[in-house]
Design a protein around this ligand. Structure first.
Ligand code: CO
Length: 133
C-alpha cells in the first residue's frame, strides 16, 4: 500500500526559529511559511532531494498541535507515506478493521492533495498520514 516517504512532520513552538535552523545552520531550501486556517496550523517545508520536512506550529492553543507540544515539547508529529489512491487505501484499512481519524473522511492536506490519518493506536503510537501521490 505505502510507497515513498513524502514527509516527516515536526511540531515546533517557534516556526521562525525552527525554519532558521534548517535554512541558516543546515543550509537547506526552506519554503515561505503558509497559514492553513482550516487545519489551524502554519507550516514551512524544508525541501530535500529525497523527501521533505514539514515544520508545523499551531495557530491557537486549542489546536491538537498545541497540546502535542505542551505534553511532549517539540518533536516528530507524524510520518507521511504516499499511496496511489486514498479511497482504495481507506477501503483496505477499513476491511482490516483499522480506525482512521476524522470519521473516515478524506481531507485535503497541506499540499492540496487528498490525505487520511490512521489512528495512532493502530500503528504503535506513531501518527501516520497517507497522501495520494
Ligand atoms: Co503532513
Amino acid at each position: 500500500m505505502i510507497e515513498r516517504l513524502n514527509h516527516v512532520a515536526i511540531a515546533v513552538g517557534d516556526l521562525a526559529a525552527a525554519a532558521g535552523i534548517y535554512r541558516d545552520l543546515l543550509g537547506a531550501k526552506v519554503s515561505a511559511p503558509q497559514t492553513l486556517t482550516e487545519h489551524g496550523v502554519r507550516v514551512v517545508f524544508v525541501e530535500l532531494d529525497n523527501t521533505k520536512i514539514e515544520l508545523i506550529t499551531p495557530l491557537s492553543d486549542d489546536s491538537p498541535i498545541a497540546s502535542f507540544i505542551e505534553k511532549r515539547g517539540n518533536g516528530i508529529h507524524h510520518l507521511c507515506y504516499e499511496v496511489n489512491s486514498i479511497k482504495e487505501s481507506a477501503k483496505e484499512l477499513n476491511q482490516q478493521g483499522c480506525r482512521i481519524l476524522g470519521d473516515d473522511k478524506v481531507q485535503i492536506g497541506a499540499h492540496g492533495k487528498p490525505v487520511l490519518f490512521l489512528h495512532p493506536a493502530e500503528t504503535d503510537g506513531i501518527l501516520i498520514e497517507l497522501e495520494e501521490a
